[in-house]
Write a protein that binds this ligand. Structure first.
Ligand code: MN
Length: 199
């Protein structure tokens, strides 16, 4: 039987996000970590009911099930990382435009205030995890999740994410997580992807 899940292609070259995120970091983060989640998941679901499900179905069905923690963690991490690569763009950063710009203005009053709140969520996630922009009805908000959790398991629709696991920034920024967050928001955050995700 062929493995049901594969590593999605990176949406840009491995050096396209440099100097904010180096090709070296991408080499480990995408080439080793993301790839390992895919390989682990394929091993864990082999011969189970999960082998034919989408990633979203797998992580929603296994969330908070003590005997399915491994499957949950790997399925969610495969999905979260693909979402993260798409949340970044070599042409990202700056001010939002389109529908997301209106929602930022409405929910936060200004782009600066939004960036402050999103940065705070990313900086204050204790230990490994993620910061997210989510849509709730006709508004948006920011949230953070630990480890492999994502907004979908909490009934919310993700629009953008920043990975704040140490492996996302340690090679380039060592322990300076706030510097990584600042640089990502200034140079890489993919507002167009947020517009595409709005429903
Ligand atoms: Mn990661």
């Amino acid at each position: 039987m062929s493995a049901p899940f594969s590593l999605p292609k990176l949406p840009y070259a491995d050096d396209a996000l440099a100097p904010v995120i180096s090709a070296n970091t991408i080499g480990f983060h995408y080439g080793k970590h993301h790839n390992a989640y895919v390989n682990n998941l394929n091993k864990l679901v082999e011969g189970t009911e999960y082998a034919d499900m989408s990633l979203e179905d797998i992580f929603q069905k296994t969330f908070q099930q003590p005997d399915k923690v491994g499957i949950f963690n790997n399925a969610a991490q495969v999905w979260n990382h693909t979402f993260y690569w798409n949340s970044l763009s070599p042409n990202g950063g700056g001010k939002p435009s389109g529908k997301i710009a209106e929602l930022v203005e409405k929910a936060f009053g200004s782009t600066d205030k939004f960036l402050e709140e999103f940065s705070k969520a990313a900086a204050t996630q204790f230990g490994s995890g993620w910061a997210w922009v989510v849509q709730e009805g006709d508004s948006i908000s920011v949230m953070k999740t630990p480890n492999a959790e994502n907004p979908i398991v909490h009934g919310k629709k993700p629009l953008l994410t920043i990975d704040v696991w140490e492996h996302a920034y340690y090679l380039d920024y060592q322990n300076r997580r706030p510097d990584y967050i600042k640089a990502v928001l200034e140079k890489l955050i993919n507002w167009e992807f947020a517009n595409q995700n709005l429903g």
